[in-house]
Design a protein around this ligand. Structure first.
Ligand code: ARG
Length: 460
């Protein structure tokens, strides 16, 4: 027996392995809801267009509703022979409501159907991802507000550079995520275009009303060109690109969390519920969540590369290659959601170890630039000031003393313009408070930035 969906022109049944090899139902069944929604909208439109009767439309809607319930109860029997989610549902509909089921596919092809389903699916998922980014950002804002006065060393080259506030550091993460958020919003706009009506590739001869289907499905516009509508997956590539940048940002956060929880840094504590132990070393508490997020970036970058390669050089219009778009896209969605959820849960629970951050900031001559700036204010050219401070740092290294721990007599050896007021700038508090402009690390600026950030989140 040949395949019932297209058997007409075939002389023998599909090879059993080929049937399994070409089937996608095992992974595309997760779009069943979008497939049903798309079919209901299509049936309503066909009725308006006079292609289906109202009775036929109602039978289709009822049948699809029952199928949906069966799928959700786990009672639906998916068949590899029926290849994909679309033909499985259509065949079940026909089995249920008879000949009317066979009319549903009028003026439609699986090519515009699958493109529509993926777009609906991805739009739904972006709508879940956006609030998760916001939840993570909210956690960062709240934490940053509480840490506006906490001083830690800021780093360049992972060497102590200048003191910063922990709140300021957290707000740097907040900014990265703000751009990620807007990348997903932007991506959603191009996802939300409707392929239905393109049919196989050239459009259809029926008097379809694409604006109606479009409105029923909440798309912003019908795709302009039928060939383009069924063939391109650039929207999925864009989603994976936005996801890759997000994951890249999350690996940077992860890396810092891993470093900071180490005994060598000892800047923060991650609550036990976000860590795991070792089966051999009883003392261990490992920062698994950030490590795993750091590692998961690999698969997301890989999926981006898969989709770019999948699309590369494909002639217009639809090619079966495109069936390979789903697994990378779905796994990217799952990974992004998992990583965001883990971080959004974990970040509000971070505890800073203020004393130890402060001690670290005191160790690495982090106020050396402040001393140079002080000398400049006393009239010394910056290059000379740099040299003077460099010598005082060398002295400090030899004596094992930070700049703030030296006496006035010791400091004066390097420049006689140094006076008692130097200690205002050599203190960590003085150093951060002096960077008092928009984008600077001063505690008051951090508090102001938290307010601006909150206003931004409240507008979403
Ligand atoms: N399962 C297919 C996919 O995922 C649906 C479209 C197939 N169309 C075709 N003419 N073979 O892309």
């Amino acid at each position: 027996k040949t395949n019932q969906q297209w058997g007409g022109r075939f002389n023998e049944p599909t090879d059993a392995f080929v049937a399994r090899f070409t089937a996608s139902v095992e992974f595309d069944q997760r779009m069943y809801l979008q497939d049903i929604r798309g079919s209901i909208a299509h049936a309503k439109m066909l009725t308006q267009a006079g292609v289906l009767t109202e009775q036929e439309r109602d039978d289709i809607i009822r049948g699809l509703g029952e199928i949906r319930v069966e799928i959700e109860r786990g009672e639906f029997e998916w068949s590899i022979a029926l290849e994909d989610v679309h033909m499985n549902i259509e065949a079940a509909l026909t089995a249920k409501i008879g000949i009317t089921g066979k009319k549903l596919h009028t003026g439609r092809s699986r090519n515009d159907q699958v493109a529509t389903d993926i777009r609906l699916y991805l739009r739904d998922e972006i709508d879940l991802i956006l609030p998760e980014i916001t939840r993570l950002q909210q956690g960062l804002l709240t934490l940053a507000e509480g840490e506006a006065d906490t001083i830690m060393p800021g780093f360049t080259h992972l060497q102590t550079a200048q003191p910063v506030t922990f709140g300021h550091h957290l707000l740097a993460w907040f900014e990265m995520l703000s751009r990620d958020y807007s990348r997903f919003v932007d991506c959603r706009e191009r996802v939300n275009i409707m392929p239905l009506g393109a049919a196989a590739l050239a459009g259809t001869t029926y008097p379809i009303q694409r604006d109606l289907t479009c409105e029923l499905l909440g798309f912003s516009a019908p795709a302009e060109n039928s060939l383009d509508a069924v063939s391109d997956r650039d929207f999925a590539i864009e989603f994976c690109a936005a996801s890759s940048v997000l994951l890249m940002h999350m690996t940077r956060m992860s890396e810092e969390l891993v470093l900071w929880t180490s005994a060598q840094f000892n800047f923060i504590n991650l609550p036990d519920r976000f860590c795991t132990g070792s089966s051999i070393m009883p003392q261990k508490k490992n920062p698994d969540v950030p490590e795993l997020v750091r590692g998961k970036s690999g698969r997301v970058y890989g999926h981006l590369m898969s989709l770019l390669t999948l699309m590369k050089s494909q002639p217009l219009a639809y090619n079966k290659d495109n069936q390979e778009d789903k697994e990378p896209l779905f796994d990217t969605i799952d990974t992004v959601k998992g990583c965001l959820r883990a971080f959004a849960d974990m970040v509000p629970a971070l505890e800073s170890k203020k004393e130890s951050m402060r001690e670290a900031a005191l160790r690495g001559f982090s106020t050396a630039t402040d001393l140079a700036d002080y000398l400049v204010r006393k009239g010394m050219p910056f290059r000379d000031a740099h040299e003077v401070v460099g010598k005082s740092v060398a002295y400090g290294i030899a004596q094992n003393k930070d700049l703030g721990e030296m006496s006035l007599d010791e400091l004066v050896q390097f420049s006689d313009t140094i006076e008692q007021d130097v200690f205002d700038v050599l203190s960590l508090e003085g150093s951060v408070a002096a960077r008092d402009h928009i984008g600077g690390t001063a505690p008051d600026q951090v508090r102001a930035a938290v307010k601006r950030g909150q206003a931004k989140l409240d507008q979403r």
